[in-house]
Ligand binder design. Sequence first.
Ligand SMILES: [Ca+2]
Ligand SMILES: [Ca+2]
Ligand SMILES: [Ca+2]
Length: 306
Amino acid sequence: MQGGTDEVTDTVEVVVTGDDPVDPTDPVASTVTATATPSEVTVGDTTKVSVDVKAEGTTPTGEVTLTGGGKSYGPTSLEGGTATFTVGPFTEPGTVTFTAAYAGSDEVAAGEGKATVTVKAKPAPGDTSAPETTITDGPKGQGRGPAATFTFTSSEPGSTFECSLDGGAWAACSSPATFTKLGQGEHELRVRATDKAGNTDASPAALTWTVDRGKPTVKVLTGPQATKDRTPTVRARLSDRYDDLRARDVKVRFGDRAAAKVRVNRKGVMVATAKPLAPGRHRVVLTVRDEAGNKSTVRFWITVSR
Ligand SMILES: [Ca+2]
Ligand SMILES: [Ca+2]
Ligand SMILES: [Ca+2]
């Protein structure tokens, strides 16, 4: 390659004659403008960055490379002075700056421009499902206590709770919750959770229990009389306001021995039969305990005659 080209190697002597400089002509300055449209996106989105290269007196040609967000795009040829890039998708929220580098051409100098894209976090998906409420602890069955303590949970962390005792108005409560001065009889606690989005459990958790501070009533029907029966029978009528008393709730002793057999029918009539007794007087102790733990004891003598 000899003269007439722009290339200069160290084997070529360039001889300058006269005052006019030899080509190349000085390239004109470029103005590089990068624009993101849209410039505000959400995680997972892509966007477009268009790069315009302008120069006085000419429409620049050549290539543009775009870098930003840890990626490189292009090089892409200018068309009509413009190159367009699709960038993303963006993986995390923040601000990403893209640098458009125009490589320049024979006539137009290289240049750079920057565009900024703001990436917003994805909004939390709308929570429209209600939490589920569970009472995890509380009084069971029947108890004597005028106070009762409950623990409860929600299927959704951060939930708030409301409690309703015995059909009363819902009131804010938190676990553990204690209710005091409970009267005798059946009680019901209902608990419902509301999640952070405001959804309330439409099927409250409920627990029923009975406060019973009354002793069972024991009325001896037959027993304290003299008998020739070596295995005498004692009969008593048992009742309790809140408990259906069964044989397991009853203990009968004849002297120092437990009864051979104790039965309680559905009407609350107890029949206890002694193990064989020696002739003489024997102390009978009849103890009845209701589910809440209230206890009644009846004592009398039975005489077994010869
Ligand atoms: Ca929910
Ligand atoms: Ca529920
Ligand atoms: Ca009772």
